[in-house]
Design a protein around this ligand. Sequence first.
Ligand SMILES: O=c1ccn([C@@H]2O[C@H](COP(=O)(O)OP(=O)(O)O[C@H]3O[C@H](CO)[C@@H](O)[C@H](O)[C@H]3O)[C@@H](O)[C@H]2O)c(=O)[nH]1
Length: 216
Amino acid sequence: MENITKMWMGPLPADSPYVKPFRLYYVQNGVEKNWDLLKVHDSVAVILFNTTRRVLIFVRQFRPAVFHSVVTSSGSDFGEVDLQKFPPKIGVTLELCAGIVDKNKSWSEIAREEVLEECGYDVAVERIEEVMTYRSGVGSSGALQVLYYCEVTDDDRATKGGGVDDEMIDVVEYTIEESRELMKQGSKINSPPSCLLGISWFLMNKAPKLVCPSKY
Ligand SMILES: O=c1ccn([C@@H]2O[C@H](COP(=O)(O)OP(=O)(O)O[C@H]3O[C@H](CO)[C@@H](O)[C@H](O)[C@H]3O)[C@@H](O)[C@H]2O)c(=O)[nH]1
């Protein structure tokens, strides 16, 4: 899926549409301080549960930042990265369906579009319920993320998903038990906290009613 054949680094162009680095200065308790920041887009993420087959829907994709982190954490010089020694699959993540808020549309509409583009399910925006809003980062960006929950059926499947343009995204399904396994103590997984939060929220708030509906 990742099919990476070459990789190199370059300076960040000042007009990057995704990341704007800067230094913020402030005075706290009479002391001047500063903090190096990244302005990045806010985002949405969607916990998707297919009720026909009782599986959670995730996406897998190659994440350059994760690949870079794995290589440099091993002490290797990224400038000379050897793709034989570091196969690109080490940069593949498991995530919730998600997307950046870079359009002048409601956040739930952006979530609806991501569900269709990435996962192939065509659902009305009213079926996407808001779960919570939090900061996706607090050290370098402080960006907001809104988490949603949506139940889909096989009948809602309009396409195979996989993303738009040249995005390469795999749609994968986990049963409730397989999802619970991901959360076990000691788990080491290439997933952002939003994905793990989404699974926890689902297991806590939705799974009990699905596993034993008569109790509720
Ligand atoms: O430097 C960049 C950054 C992004 N893109 C493209 O921009 C789009 C952005 O993708 P989108 O699906 O909108 O967002 P994600 O990159 O999937 O990231 C979201 O999903 C993650 C969770 O899985 C969250 O951690 C992030 O905060 C959230 O923005 C994609 O086409 C990327 O290929 C680039 O081409 N170059």
